[in-house]
Design a protein around this ligand. Structure first.
Ligand code: AMP
Ligand code: GLY
Length: 422
């Protein structure tokens, strides 16, 4: 079976890693891969767009496309493949364009949650035309104020400020100066929720769903969760404060109504649903939907699943997820991300990475790396995900930090406090 994965970060490295363990013989194809992915797949190099993707699918007789990041899904890669009779037989794991709007438009997601009574922060959406109502709305609220660009903004579209004047300025900037381009033509203003966040992952085949292990990620660059937001500096799974009671609440109040809503709306959806949750005094609320797996959560969630990953993907396609019984490793997994100094702002790349061969206590997944003349170089903000497992998460973390001490590159930075809040 010929499998192409869109995306070339640590999340996709995990996907490839899991597929290599499949009992079915697979040929794996990547697009513009990082160093590690390039050594385990047939590497294709082209500028990513749908026409070039189609050519790659035809030239390499691709049977299945697994979509890692959200943008191709939001842009409608599923619909593109399914409506082109030269490639429409190719399996696509990922939702249709309409389904991807759960992530592609915060306004759409809010409407959806309101219609299906899914707990989330109270909110209202505004455009340039209704900006004065938006300012009035802010005026009636008290801080912290949460303002969200409606469209995709690479994780940067959410601004939280304490003072009304700052909130007003952000709203004006988003709506009048298009500070997030088209993505901030609509802005969602929502109530601030206070609690501990966690990530919930659901597989959905259009009829049946399966919930994967919960995880928690650490988004801020600085220790104690301070400083700028990043793609994620670490993650752990399982989440120690998750008990059966909480997990039942999430299932009944959030997952089931989401699934029923998607079915009721007639939305074509075969793929992952990633629900960002916040636990407000024992009640789960949805912070956001994503229509893909999370990064850096995938690095600690998928390795815990002992089932054949390809069989899971095929069950999504064949709508028989109900036949799959997940086998979960009860060990604790910890992932610490190594990044480039300066990230998430500007940073240099092209530095030689050494010591990777010594990290036998951990699995190292590559993100921003590049293989050049047999040397692994840094090639991005987030460079590596160092994942370890053990009976408890303190030991798992210890292993990751030991491995990190063996890996060197200029400008290596990481958080020393992953899991500090547990
Ligand atoms: P999002 O891109 O929607 O995940 O938002 C990014 C981050 O902003 C989340 O992970 C939360 O930490 C924070 N956030 C978003 N919405 C809220 C909210 N209503 N209350 C408090 N924090 C929020
Ligand atoms: N870890 C958050 C995300 O993947 O969006």
């Amino acid at each position: 079976m010929n499998i192409l994965i869109i995306g070339s970060g640590a999340r996709e490295h995990v996907f490839f890693h899991q597929l290599l363990k499949s009992n079915t013989k697979v040929s794996l194809f990547s697009i513009n891969p990082n160093a590690a992915i390039s050594t385990i797949t047939k590497s294709l190099y082209f500028e990513f767009n749908f026409q070039n993707l189609k050519k790659a699918v035809i030239d390499n007789s691709i049977n299945l496309i697994l979509v890692g990041p959200e943008i191709p899904l939001i842009d409608g890669v599923y619909d593109f493949v399914k409506s082109d009779n030269q490639i429409s037989d190719t399996i696509v794991i990922g939702p249709s364009k309409r389904g991807a709007m759960l992530e592609g438009s915060k306004d759409f997601a809010k409407e959806f949650m309101s219609k299906y009574n899914i707990p989330t922060a109270q909110s209202k959406s505004f455009t340039k035309e209704t900006i004065s109502q938006g300012i009035n709305y802010l005026n009636k609220k008290s801080g912290p104020y949460v303002l969200k660009a409606d469209g995709p903004a690479a994780g940067k579209g959410v601004v939280i400020v304490d003072k009304f004047v700052d909130a007003k300025a952000v709203l004006e900037d988003m709506l009048l100066n298009n500070s997030f381009g088209k993505s901030s033509e609509t802005v969602v203003i929502e109530d601030f929720l206070s609690g501990i966040e966690m990530s919930c992952f659901v597989l959905f085949d259009g009829k049946n769903y399966l919930t994967l292990p919960f995880a928690k990620d650490y988004k801020r660059i600085g220790e104690g969760d301070k400083g700028l937001n990043t793609g994620g500096m670490g993650s752990i799974s399982p989440v120690s404060f998750m008990d059966d009671e909480m997990s039942n609440k999430i299932d009944e109040r959030i997952i089931k109504p989401t699934i029923n809503g998607l079915i009721n709306e007639g939305i074509n959806y075969k793929g992952f649903i990633f629900i960002g949750l916040i636990n407000v005094n024992g009640s789960p609320y949805v912070i956001e939907y994503n229509v893909r797996m999370g990064d850096p959560e995938t690095q600690v969630v998928l390795p815990r699943i002992k089932n054949d990953f390809l069989q899971i993907l095929l069950a999504i396609e064949n709508q028989n997820l109900n036949k799959i019984k997940l086998e979960i490793d009860s060990n604790h997994y910890a992932n610490v991300v190594l990044a480039s100094k300066g990230y998430p702002e500007s940073y240099n790349k092209g530095f030689k990475i050494t010591g990777l061969e010594n990290t036998n206590k951990s699995t190292v997944f590559h993100a921003g790396t590049l293989l050049k003349d047999k040397t692994v170089l840094t090639n991005g903000g987030r460079v590596l995900s160092v994942v370890s497992s053990s009976k408890n998460f303190i030991d798992a973390l210890k292993k990751s930090y030991e491995s990190i001490s063996l890996i060197e590159f200029e400008g290596k930075i990481y958080r020393e406090d992953i899991g500090f809040d547990l």
